[in-house]
Design a protein around this ligand. Structure first.
Ligand code: G5P
Ligand code: MG
Length: 223
C-alpha cells in the first residue's frame, strides 16, 4: 500500500552519496530532507554552544555524543510531524536508533553500499554551499562557475573534515559505531540495500524502490 506520510532514513558511509541521492529524492517525491551534518554545520556557523562542542568531535572524525544528537534531531523532527521525511546522517549509533524508534519510528531505511576506495577518491573533489547544503564535485557535479553556488552565486567552501586523515578516521568510526545500526534495522525487516560505485547507477534503483512505497511526482534522470 502506498503511504501518504513516509518516514525514511538514508544510510551509508561518509561520502557514499547520501546528500546527493537525498537531493534527488526530495525533488521527485514530496518529502523533507533533514541532514544531521547540515544541522551541526549550521550550529557551528552560528557558534552556538552545541556548535562549539560538536566542532571538537567533527574535526577529529569522531561522533558527537548521543545525548546531544538525540536532543537536537528529535527537536528538529517535531516540526515535521505532518510531513514525509528523509533523515540523512541520523541515527548513527545503536542508542540513537533506539531513541528514534521510541520517538518517531521510521518506515524504511535505504543503505548506500559504496566501496571505501571509491569514497576516499571522490571526497577530495567535494565543494559545498554552506547555507543551503547544496553539494558539488569538481568532476561529477561541477558548479556552472567554478567555486560559486549556481543558485545564489555565493562562494563555495570545502569541509574541514574532508582532509584525508579525517576522512580515514570517519570511515573507522563508521565501521565501529554505525555498521551495527544496519543490523538493528535488518533485524526489523525495514532495511533495503543499494550496492554500487556511482550515484547515477544507484539512483534509478532507489527511485524504483521508493515508488513502491510512495507516489512519485516525477522521475528525473541524470548522467
Ligand atoms: P555528515 O555531514 O553526515 P557523512 O560523513 O555521513 O557526513 P557526507 O560526508 O556528508 O557523509 P554523503 O552525504 O554520503 O557524505 O555524500 P555526498 O556529499 O552526497 O557525496 C560526497 C561527494 O561525492 C560530493 O562531492 C558528491 O558530489 C560526490 N559524488 C556523489 N556521487 C558521486 C559519483 O557517483 N561519482 C563521483 N565522482 N562523485 C560523486 O556528518 C559529518 C560529521 O558530523 C557528525 C560526525 O562527526 C560526522 O563525521 N555527525 C554526527 N555525530 C554523531 N551522531 C550523528 N547522528 C551525527 N551526524 C553527523
Ligand atoms: Mg552528507
Amino acid at each position: 500500500m502506498l503511504k501518504r506520510v513516509l518516514r525514511t532514513i538514508i544510510m551509508g558511509p561518509p561520502g557514499s552519496g547520501k546528500g546527493t541521492i537525498s537531493e534527488r529524492i526530495v525533488k521527485d517525491f514530496d518529502m523533507k530532507h533533514l541532514s544531521s551534518g547540515d544541522v551541526l554545520r549550521s550550529q557551528m556557523l552560528k557558534a552556538t554552544s552545541v556548535g562549539i562542542e560538536a566542532k571538537s568531535f567533527i574535526d577529529k572524525g569522531l561522533l558527537v555524543p548521543d545525548d546531544v544528537m538525540v536532543k537536537l534531531m528529535v527537536t528538529e523532527l517535531e516540526d515535521l510531524k505532518e510531513d514525509s521525511w528523509l533523515l540523512d546522517g541520523f541515527p548513527r549509533t545503536v542508542p540513537q536508533a533506539e531513541a528514534l524508534q521510541n520517538n518517531a519510528p521510521s518506515d524504511l531505511v535505504l543503505n548506500l553500499a559504496v566501496p571505501f576506495e571509491v569514497i576516499i577518491e571522490r571526497i577530495q573533489g567535494r565543494w559545498l554551499h554552506a547555507a543551503s547544503g547544496r553539494i558539488y564535485h569538481t568532476e561529477f557535479n561541477p558548479p556552472k562557475k567554478p567555486g560559486f553556488d549556481d543558485e545564489t552565486g555565493d562562494p563555495l567552501i570545502q569541509r574541514d573534515d574532508d582532509k584525508p586523515a579525517t576522512v580515514r578516521a570517519r570511515l573507522e568510526t563508521y565501521q565501529k559505531l554505525t555498521q551495527p545500526v544496519l543490523d538493528f534495522y535488518r533485524s526489523q525487516g525495514v532495511l533495503e540495500e543499494f550496492v554500487g560505485s556511482y550515484s547515477n547507477e544507484i539512483w534509478p534503483k532507489v527511485h524504483k524502490y521508493l515508488a513502491t512505497k510512495k507516489e512519485p511526482m516525477h522521475f528525473t534522470q541524470y548522467g
